[in-house]
Design a binder for this molecule. Structure first.
Ligand code: URA
Length: 417
């Protein structure tokens, strides 16, 4: 077999065999195929697409290009994944709820890149919280307290790591086939047998419209099935940021307040109910979705989820006094109000723009190696549909660089009609 024939076959719109896909993934991971050859093949896949069978073979080959975690000693683990967005702190809220309902949570999360945030960066805003834990300790943690949330310490799907970085440099990120295989390879390698995927849809997501989100959801569900992983995809809105806070520490504070039973924004409530109820269904803990939704909210109200979050933070070395009293978290130097420029109704609060501005303030990374500023971001108290008066404070910019903060203050963050 040789790579030139494989590239030519895909260039000519032909279907690749399982063996050809496996050969490419294996040899590229071992650096026996050059980046320019891989780039040519990826571009051919981007343009000509892949059948569902090819996409499944690509996902499984990439999943087995490195370590594959065995979580069978933990019982029925149900994983949760989001295709990414702005202000997405759902994992921080939902996973302690799930663990408090007796379902083991063993989750590896990623870091943010570009305008999207990552759960691991957020967790690291809690002083002392250790995200860098070896496999043995990770599993022990779950056995001990029912939950562990860590970074990707293992060599999971290294082929995806290489291909993902390559796609970024050749404008091949937005391909449903490539996104589906990238996500599913990591999910298959991370060991859970059941998976709920939050397929975000809107300006702040990879999938900008409902039709593409449905297509991505359908392909991932099929790949899951063929890989023996029961997979449920839920499409959620990402046209405006999730909840009120955007930025690492600010999102952790919002998540803690929700777990403490303080006000929960309607969009967050809908997402955690929907994803959570489906996770409970997959774990066979409830008979139907309505019962699942009730149980999810109940464990916030009775503080069981909050207690589980405290246990998680303490067990991973985090300072729980910050959770008890969120005033202890360091704040940005400049907290600048965003005022309504006119009276009316909020028409748009663009998630992509907010994500980009938040990254500009320092909350996100442009390059993988960039250091992030944990304190900066936005608190957007008003959301789409709210009526506002001219001059009213709609939210706050949290900046450590006054000039950048002022520059953003002058932009039309909210569209009011
Ligand atoms: N998330 C992933 O892990 N991979 C993609 O390609 C897109 C989103």
């Amino acid at each position: 077999m040789n790579i030139l024939d494989i590239i030519a076959k895909k260039r000519d719109k032909k279907e690749l065999t399982k063996e050809e896909i496996e050969y490419f993934v294996k040899e590229y991971t071992k650096n026996n195929i050059t980046d320019y050859q891989a780039a040519a093949l990826v571009m051919a896949i981007y343009i000509n697409g892949m059948t569902e069978r090819e996409t499944t073979d690509l996902s499984i080959s990439m999943a087995y290009s490195g370590d594959v975690l065995d979580l069978s000693s933990l019982g029925e683990v149900v994983d949760k994944h989001s295709t990414g967005g702005v202000g997405d702190k759902i994992t921080l809220i939902l996973m302690p709820i799930i663990a408090s309902l007796g379902i083991p949570v063993a989750k590896m999360s990623g870091r943010g890149l570009g305008f999207t945030g990552g759960t691991i960066d957020k967790l690291e805003s809690i002083p002392g919280y250790n995200t860098n834990i070896e496999e043995k300790e990770f599993i022990e943690n779950v056995k001990k307290i029912g939950i562990s949330l860590i970074g990707q310490t293992l060599n999971l799907a290294p082929a995806d790591k290489k291909l993902y970085a390559l796609r970024d440099t050749i404008s091949c990120t937005e391909s449903i086939t490539l996104i589906a295989s990238s996500i599913m390879s990591k999910k298959i390698a991370s060991g859970a047998n059941k998976i709920v995927i939050d397929v975000t849809c809107g300006s702040g997501a990879f999938m900008k419209d409902r039709k593409s989100a449905e297509k991505l959801a359908s392909i991932m569900t099929k790949i899951g099935k063929l890989a023996n992983k029961e997979t449920v995809c839920i499409i959620t809105d990402m046209n405006e940021p999730v909840g009120h806070a955007v930025g690492n520490t600010l999102e952790v504070i919002e998540a803690i307040n929700i777990l403490k039973g303080k006000e929960m924004p309607k969009d967050i409530k809908n997402i955690i109910e929907e994803l959570g109820a489906n996770m409970l269904m997959l774990a066979k803990k409830v008979e139907n979705i309505e019962e699942g939704k009730k149980k999810i909210i109940e464990n916030i109200q009775n503080k069981k989820a909050y207690k589980k979050f405290m246990e998680l933070v303490e067990n991973q070395g985090g300072d729980i006094t910050y959770i008890e009293n969120t005033e202890k978290f360091p704040k940005a130097k400049y907290i600048i109000p965003i005022q309504a420029k006119k009276s009316g109704k909020i028409q748009k609060l663009d998630a992509y723009k907010i994500g980009m501005m938040s990254a500009y303030l320092g909350a996100g990374r442009i390059k993988k190696e960039d250091k992030i500023d944990k304190e900066v971001g936005f608190v957007l108290n008003k959301k789409v549909g709210d009526k506002v008066e001219k001059g009213e404070i709609l939210g706050y910019i949290h900046a450590n660089d006054e000039e950048k903060g002022k520059e953003i203050q002058n932009k039309d963050i909210y569209e009011i009609v």
